[in-house]
Design a binder for this molecule. Structure first.
Ligand SMILES: Cc1ncc(COP(=O)(O)O)c(C=O)c1O
Length: 389
């Protein structure tokens, strides 16, 4: 096995990288170190690159179908990594989790119907509900002892008010929270009780730091499985977002048929040649790489939180159980969101995500992407210090 080197700095400029090449457009200036959008500055597992090279070497890129071997690779991965069994017949494909969220909204709800999400949460949750002319309902997460907790009383009150579907983010972006079995059971039981469907975005489920364990909500009870549509993808896990490949796991036959019907209305039938090759190689041969990645990311998290505690004690990062995203509470600085943004850009020359992007409850926070080589990380931390010292 080739040594896996996450320390290697790879120049990503001029690759149409959103993170690196869209900096000027997004932040209004070019001299910004990008630690924002959620992809990693690492090469994927060698097996993935080899599979893609083989595909290129073949040289003909005609129409494709997704072979059963990819379905089986996902099925085996879910069993091995998450102790959750899905029948092959319950697995569908999609070009991304965000498109899948939109498909689920169209498939399971009508225009005007209420869809519940937590706040703060990954921005497209809000946008997909609104873009599809559904009514957005939010239940705010609360920060307790430095981590996000759900407000179950508020959650149930919202469910009772004619909500049709709840979109769960587990693990949670931006908070890096892995929801516990007890929390998921409460959510599931409430959704069953009030006849609300669950769409569970589990795209970050492979990026969980020990001893935390990801529990797919569909794995808890048969009743939950019947009402849940789960989305997974190799894009975060193996840094393959540009390949555009994801899977929808839908055990309930009726829901699966509805989901498929909307996909077909939109003309979606298959994945592209590279998505197929990359996805199978990642799930079949990427596990060892992933284990090493998790060690590296965990260390990046520790370096960052130690640095902040030493040099920027007014900033309070939330302890991340998962993801490579650090949600940092900047409220003690006493600055407005505009001032935080300006100081990061003008003094620090650092591109982070503003907390306000993630909805109510994000004010005074920023999200920092730590999936980069140590050299880049240290540079980012120095810039963070410059911004606020
Ligand atoms: C919770 C969550 N869901 C979905 C996505 C994006 O998924 P995709 O690129 O497959 O559309 C992200 C990317 O950051 C995410 O954090």
């Amino acid at each position: 096995m080739e040594r896996i080197v996450f320390d290697k700095v790879v120049d990503r400029s001029n690759t149409h990288s959103v993170k690196w090449d869209a900096v000027g457009k997004v932040f209004g200036k070019d001299d910004v170190l990008p630690m924002w959008v959620a992809d990693m500055d690492f090469h994927p597992p060698k097996a993935v690159t080899d599979a893609l090279k083989d595909r290129i070497d073949h040289g003909i890129f005609g129409y494709t179908f997704v072979p059963m071997s990819v379905t089986e690779a996902i099925q085996d991965w879910m069993k091995k990594r998450h102790d959750c069994e899905f029948k092959k017949s319950s697995i569908l494909f999609s070009e991304g989790v965000v498109p899948s969220i939109s498909t689920a909204i169209r498939a399971y709800t009508e225009k005007g119907d209420k869809v519940l999400v937590h706040s703060p949460v990954y921005t497209p949750f809000f946008n997909m509900v609104k873009n599809n002319n559904r009514t957005l309902v939010t239940s705010n997460l609360v920060v307790e002892k430095g981590r996000f907790e759900m407000d179950f009383a508020d959650f149930e009150a919202k469910l009772q008010d004619d909500v049709k579907m709840f979109i769960l983010c587990n693990p949670h972006n931006p908070g890096g929270r892995v929801w516990t079995r007890e929390e998921l059971e409460k959510i599931g039981n409430l959704c069953v009780k009030h006849g609300v469907l669950i769409v569970s975005d589990e795209i970050h489920s492979d990026l969980v730091f020990k001893p935390n364990v990801h529990i797919p909500i569909a794995s808890i009870k048969e009743e939950f499985r019947e009402i849940t549509t789960t989305f997974v993808a190799p894009s975060k896990t193996f840094n393959l977002a540009g390949l555009q490949a994801s899977a929808a796991l839908i055990p309930n036959k009726e829901l699966k048929a509805k989901f498929k019907e909307v996909q077909e209305q939109q003309g979606f039938f298959t994945l592209n040649a590279f998505a197929i090759a990359g996805m199978e190689a990642a799930y079949r041969e990427g596990e060892e790489w992933l284990e090493e990645l998790l060690v590296y990311l965990d260390e990046n998290m520790k370096i960052t939180t130690d640095f902040i505690a030493e040099h920027l004690p007014a900033l309070k990062p939330m302890k991340a159980h998962a993801t490579y995203l650090l949600w940092i509470d900047c409220r003690e600085l006493g600055l407005s969101d505009e001032e935080i943004k300006n100081q990061l850009l003008e003094k620090g020359k650092l591109g982070l995500e503003p907390g306000t992007k993630y909805g109510e409850g994000g004010e005074g926070f920023v999200r920092m992407n730590l999936a980069c080589p140590r050299e880049t990380l240290y540079e980012g931390l120095e810039r963070l210090k410059k911004a606020f010292c």
